[in-house]
Design a protein around this ligand. Sequence first.
Ligand code: ADP
Length: 376
Amino acid sequence: MSEKAAKLVLADIMSRNLITVSEDEGLAAIAGKMAAKEIGAVVVVGKKSEVTGILTERDLAFKVVASGMSPQDLTVAAVMTPGPKCLSTQTSIAEAFQLTQAGKFRHIPVVDDGKLVGIVSARDINRAFYDERELVNEMKTKFIAITSHELRTPYTIIKGYLDMLSEGMWGEFNEQQKSALAKVMGNITRVEKILSGLERFYLSASQHFQERFAPVSIGEVIEETVRDVEFFLEKRKQNLRLDIEAEIPPVSVVKNEVKQVVFNILINAIRFTEDGGNITIRAKDQKDGVCVVIEDDGIGIPPEKLDAIFESFYEVQDAMSHTSGTIEFKSGGMGLGLAIAKKIVDSYGGKISVESKEREYSRFLFTLPRNKPPAG
Ligand code: ADP
């Protein structure tokens, strides 16, 4: 239970609008009153206003029939449930929930210092309890979505640099350094597993977190992303060309989300293009929004696989043909990168697509509508 839910007590949810009756009142009039006001129970009180019983719709329906008598001839005392369980105004929702779970109490008088002040139903208690739980679940989903989003890019960059270090790109290590690096590598693999688990959760959850929207320059997003991967490009001796139109109006987005779209497509372009290959990123203003095209002259994608490429866990080559590195030629992830990219673009009401010819090129295009509020 959240802190807020734990603080809720019956006084917060009970109904103060209750009807009290005495034991010697005739049933017919009371049944009429309950039906007219659509209430499920009345509290029976004694001379000193103490609670002596509770009379529910069920008592009226079943006990009256079972008695074989007419309601005209019966008093409250004949069918009420005597000595009902009463709870205090300060009873917590959690405690009340536990009590009602057994299914024994459907309507519970609420007392303050022995004085009747309200009534609460098991339904009210359940609703308060579950509402809080749903709220907590929502917060959990949001937290996981944000965490996995924010961690994926730095993770990939860290892993890329570690790969380069362990290959001796910047000099050989002594035995101690090698052993330390092996430990780091082992643990970064664990981080990848955790991240993938979180991302799977994010993809299955429907929520899209909508805060932090701001006018963002797509050119800036592209340039920042390129700076993050420039060492990888250098290592693979690939050429990157940027062709960004000068006057592109800003789009209203969560910057890191769009950065992740560019990053996921760009890192694939690096992975699936031979050493020394070419990658081009273009951005232009179009009628339907801002359009980004990321193109490479790498291995390409077979036409029959193009439709499935944005599905979760889809990899064109079988996993065995992937190399183990992060940015090596044909190295692969979990088959989630493009699924995440599509989810983000879709959430802005944009479009993402791919065109390709095997062994010639892959061209990923996405558009983001200008200032259109994202879908939920
Ligand atoms: P992963 O995280 O495993 O790379 P993605 O969803 O990013 O998964 O990509 C799915 C698959 O699409 C990749 O495994 C690869 O087979 C193929 N793919 C993606 N981008 C390209 C590209 N630029 N060139 C060739 N194949 C690509």
